[in-house]
Write a protein that binds this ligand. Sequence first.
Ligand code: CS2
Length: 487
Amino acid sequence: MLNETILNHLPAGVQGPRYRRAEVGRGIVHFGVGNFFRAHEAWYVDRCLALPGQSAWGIVGVGLNGGNRGEAKAREFQQQDCLYSLTEVTADGTRTVSVIGALREYLLAPADPEAVLRRLAEPETRIVSMTITEGGYHIDEETGLFRLDAPAVRADLDNPRRPTTVFGYVVEGLRRRREAGTAPFTVLSCDNLRSNGHIAHTAFVSYARALDEGLAAWIDANVTFPCSMVDRITPGVDTPTRNALNEASGLDDDLPVLAEDFSQWVLEDNFCNGRPALEKAGVQFVDDVAGYEQVKVRMLNASHILLGALGLLLGYRYAHETVEDADLVRFANAYWTQDAMPQIDAPAGVDLDAYRRRLLSRFSNRAVADTLLRICSDGASKVRVFWTDTVRRSLTSGHDLQRIAFGIAAYMEMLRGQDEKGESYTPIEPTLDADEMALVNASDPEAALALPAFDGWRDMDTTELDAAVVAARMAIRERGVRASLPA
Ligand code: CS2
């Protein structure tokens, strides 16, 4: 079992924390302790903790979901003293293993909501960060407003002292700080959203305003919401992967994480209550994160789900298989060079074509074995966030729509859960209800155009786009993906 007691005799080749954990404080609270957070933010913070004067910045993880899975995960963290291993692997298969010690404590919110609220109210907490997924912010893509009518949000508004959502927790924590005269904390979104700081600001301030105008004004004036661009491909870890990771590392870790060697974090330096010296750990601080977000979301995430949908239909299950397929690489290159890159205002010093080549190499990482089902999971939220800009700009400029129409068609077909070889798979779509799935499965290929995933461009004239989507769906059904790929 991996825990504090074995840190002094780790297997050869495994790097342990380069600092004394007992001295590490709890300056950060993080909501959403998934694999990505553990390979990204926690890894950067771990590097900071090894530097002089940084020991305040340990992390308290918070899990919002209870149930058997939530409880099992909390137990594993507790048994391992919140330690876990991170294996970083290059495209040529070279591995580096380290034990990350940045997570000091793990709180399961449903088991003890008050413990989370106390922690949020503590002056020691100076940053509250989160990875709660693209769909987790409850923003209406058409109006840009926070959806106060989302059932979980409504429940928290009715019972604000006993919250269950991140909005309820954070705002109640801030309310207690204001009442106690404690300085607020920074709210740091680490999700793949355009202007994630602004979106977080809208969400948290709107929630607060629905409760108490004075509190909302105080948050608006005193809390900062830096924008950030986050990037590191981090696959899910199933039992065989966990066993293989442990076999390779020599550890007995119930919570190992695997990630590519590449990592990037671009941050706006806008922290109202201090921050770790992240610039010394490889984080880039810039004035305007938006350009970097655009590059990341429209190049990486948008092509990821595009390749994911096409790949699943062709019978592939892993990301690297899609970039071993010359037809898909041709399609992705055409999307990047003709649809995405000409529309992106790249920040100074970012070479989009080098970025494109690097993506191909990153996607080709076999040891990461990222699954297409993970990449396409919650596609209904991702399509909105990752494709809307490209679609809107193409509709406005009269740009060729066939590749994006093909992508939308492939996404719809992919949702039907059967590939061209006749094999079934189960798309992971937590937000699509039975009525929406019925639209996907209807024999009429137009029905699925009504899905909310496509709301981001519903106000525009989409006659031509819709016709192209329907034609592409028919072509995929009749001739298969490969034969119908746009030339
Ligand atoms: C993927 C991302 O699931 C997805 O949407 O595109 O998880 C991707 O792996 C990360 O954003 C990489 O930084």
